[in-house]
Design a protein around this ligand. Structure first.
Ligand code: HAM
Length: 406
């Protein structure tokens, strides 16, 4: 039996890596004042078509249940968050700082970094329209990426403003805004000559528009200002967060339909992988679904690209290194169990031998699990009140008195 395309099998080693991501995501969020929530994996398909239209069904795991209801597996948690706010939002003190790590399903062509089933960390601030909510969200994104030991040299968060793009569309008299959005979205992936050719078809003023794309951030701010475009919100983000991890990039527009102004995506500096995370401000989603007028900002960060990048840079930790193994020689399981429990109380994670294998086989087993410390309990040693502690990396052994603590 083969597993379904675009899904992954998580054996214990793979799941340890996932748990590592989950714990960094969770710890950093809580440290920064965010609270965790969850939502159902299955939803009424209308929640996803409400904003994006019927076409979105092509990208959903969508089906009819036995009661003839149109349902789907969730493809993102943002519409669910909006549904919560429509139902419970009024009674909650704002701003809400919420995070979640949903398992998501998208009916898309599986490729590097894009799967049909994946986990996606989400952090959102709801009910505060000041730019500081957006800065807080981007700051969290930076902190999280850095907590995985990636540095400002390994990634960049590219920030843009949809409002600025809309002003550009107006000022440069772009004849087909949707085509312009799509062209910007693929700018990175296509040859610059192809980009120019397609741009020429969209505006007569393509030469001066093309110049904008080549400008450095401060000159670009100045040029946009000269054209009467308000850049203050975007400028504030750079003033506070600096440019170690941030870049102003006019080509970031984001595919999703609900973003209203600031949008951002993070990429590895080598541009080898797809986006690591994406998000932005979405001020109308809650209202459009029938709720209050609640400004919101947030991002989603998938597990797939992150894992690929961390394993390429050898930044995934050795998961069992700090665990120990308790080997036994002869019939001493009862005493070994006591020693195991004693060590657990001391804070050691320990795996006690339950097999009848000889000592060297037990040590090989511990090594195969990446464990670096073995405690050896034998009938002879127990009579002397001794337990042996062996460091599997250096090979050094130490005798410890079992009645004096280990
Ligand atoms: P998104 O751009 O669709 O945004 O996804 C965000 C991130 O999820 C991507 O940058 C990528 O890391 C990951 N991702 C997306 N699709 C896949 C896939 N098929 N396989 C693996 N990873 C994937 C959203 O989902 C928004 N709801 C994020 C958001 C939250 N905006 C505001 N709040």
């Amino acid at each position: 039996m083969q597993r379904y395309i675009g899904t992954r099998d998580f054996l214990p080693n793979e799941w340890k890596a996932m748990n590592y991501l989950f714990s960094v995501w969770r710890d950093l969020s809580i440290e920064n004042g965010f609270e965790e929530y969850e939502a159902p994996i299955i939803e009424d398909v209308k929640l996803f078509t409400a904003k994006s239209g019927e076409d979105i069904k092509n990208q959903l795991f969508w089906f009819k249940d036995k009661g003839d209801r149109d349902v789907c597996l969730r493809a993102e948690i943002t519409p669910q968050l909006a549904r919560y706010l429509v139902s419970y939002g009024k009674g909650l003190k704002k701003p809400l700082k919420w995070f979640s790590i949903p398992r998501l399903f998208r009916y898309e062509k599986p490729q590097k970094g894009r799967l049909r089933e994946f986990f996606q960390f989400n952090a959102d601030i709801i009910g505060e329209e000041s730019v500081y909510a957006t800065i807080e969200i981007i700051d969290l994104a930076i902190k999280i990426i850095k907590s995985f030991k990636l540095t400002g040299k390994d990634f960049k968060i590219r920030v843009n403003s949809r409002k600025i793009i809309d002003s550009i569309i107006r000022i440069f008299k772009i004849n087909d805004p949707l085509k312009f959005y799509l062209l910007l979205d693929k700018k990175l992936k296509i040859d610059s000559k192809v980009f120019l050719k397609e741009l020429m078809a969209l505006t007569q003023d393509y030469k001066s528009l093309m110049k904008l794309f080549d400008l450095k951030r401060n000159d670009l701010f100045k040029e946009l200002k000269n054209k009467g475009i308000n850049v203050e919100r975007l400028k504030k983000i750079f003033d506070v967060l600096g440019n170690e991890c941030l870049e102003f990039d006019l080509s970031i527009v984001r595919g999703l339909d609900y973003y209203t102004d600031i949008v951002f995506e993070a990429f590895d500096s080598g541009n080898e992988f797809r986006a690591m995370l994406g998000g932005g401000e979405y001020n109308n989603l809650v209202k459009d679904l029938g709720g209050e007028d609640l400004p919101a900002v947030g991002f989603g960060m998938g597990d797939a690209v992150l894992l690929e990048l961390l394993s390429q840079k050898k930044l995934l930790p050795e998961f069992n290194k700090n665990s120990a193994f308790l080997a036994t020689i002869g019939d001493c399981y009862k005493e070994a169990l006591k020693i195991k429990n004693f060590l657990i109380e001391k804070g050691v994670s320990i795996d006690l031998n339950v097999s009848s294998k000889n000592l060297s086989k037990q040590i090989q087993y511990a090594e195969s699990k990446g464990i670096s410390t073995v405690y050896i309990v034998g009938e002879k040693e127990l009579k002397k009140g001794i337990v042996i502690k062996k460091d599997l990396i250096t090979g050094k052994e130490k005798k410890i008195k079992s009645n004096q603590g280990i």
